[in-house]
Ligand binder design. Structure first.
Ligand code: NAI
Length: 252
């Protein structure tokens, strides 16, 4: 018997990078997995390129409350339940507090913070009915590391840490555990885009690797392993924590 046999997991932003690795891991551990992503075709749940055949995808943008609610109801219509929600969808922003205007602040917070609230709100009635309910939010080591040129992104991920604790307190007595992971720099298409835009991508990659004490980028599967742990019965007394997956960047 696998860890998540008979359980249904929803992963936002699951069509790429960390979300795709999480979807794959939860599937490999026995869950029915549906990814919600703005970068998928509209319509019925369908296979997602690059993910295991049994994983299904639905187009949903976490900035659209009604779209998220409708997608969650499609998941329940197809599978009858939701036991695990992974709030992973997120976007980046570069610059100091002087660089990003109000519209950019609103755009990023709408995805990275309010998007988590929207998906959680839509899933909570179904999670309350589960005996194995867990929410895992994806924060970032940026929330605590004080990285330069990331003011808005850092604020959004700091909000995710705070939101995780608040949600954990609100829902633990309903049998829903809420935790988050805080990855360091992870080798995903997002980082690929950043490197492609750099003057010297090789030097930039080397700098990112050197920033983490284990001197490499984190693999998406390592974040997926942490999420799987926090969603599993192995962590039933773990509530409201942030689990760093950063090669020691936060602690050392
Ligand atoms: P990625 O860009 O490779 O994948 C992000 C996915 O989210 C894409 O499939 C995209 O279509 C989807 N998405 C974006 N906005 C959305 C929206 N409004 N509604 C629905 N889906 C949306 O990014 P990556 O690297 O996999 O990042 C995933 C999460 O991990 C983000 O929350 C990010 O902040 C976080 N993270 C990433 C780190 C890294 O170094 N790559 C480090 C720490 C945290």
């Amino acid at each position: 018997m696998s860890t998540f046999d008979g359980l249904v997991a929803v992963v936002t932003g699951g069509a790429s990078g960390i979300g795709a690795a999480i979807a794959t891991r939860l599937h490999d551990d026995g869950a029915h997995v549906v990814v919600l992503d703005r970068d998928l075709p509209a319509g019925e749940p369908a296979p997602v390129p690059g993910l295991p055949d049994d994983v299904r995808g639905l187009r949903a943008d976490v900035t659209d409350s009604e779209g998220v609610r409708a997608a969650v109801e499609q998941v329940v219509a197809a599978y009858g339940q939701i036991d695990i929600l992974v709030n992973n969808a997120g976007i980046g922003a570069q610059g100091t507090v002087a660089d990003n205007d109000d519209a950019e602040w609103a755009r990023v917070l709408d995805v990275n913070v309010v998007g988590m609230a929207r998906a959680s709100r839509a899933c909570l009635p179904h999670l309350r009915a589960s005996e194995h309910a867990a929410i895992v939010n994806v924060s970032s080591i940026a929330a605590t590391a004080g990285l330069p040129q990331r003011a808005l992104y850092t604020a959004s991920k700091g909000a995710v840490l705070a939101l995780t604790r608040a949600m954990a307190a609100d829902h633990v007595r309903e049998g829903i555990r809420v935790n988050c992971v805080s990855p360091g720099t992870v080798d995903t298409p997002w980082i690929g885009r950043l490197l492609d835009a750099a003057d010297d991508p090789g030097a930039e990659r080397a700098a990112l690797e050197a920033r983490q004490p284990h001197e490499r980028l984190v693999d998406p599967t390592e974040v997926a392993g942490a999420v799987a742990y926090l969603a599993s019965p192995a962590s039933t007394s773990t509530v409201g924590v942030s689990l760093a997956v950063d090669g020691g960047m936060h602690e050392l």
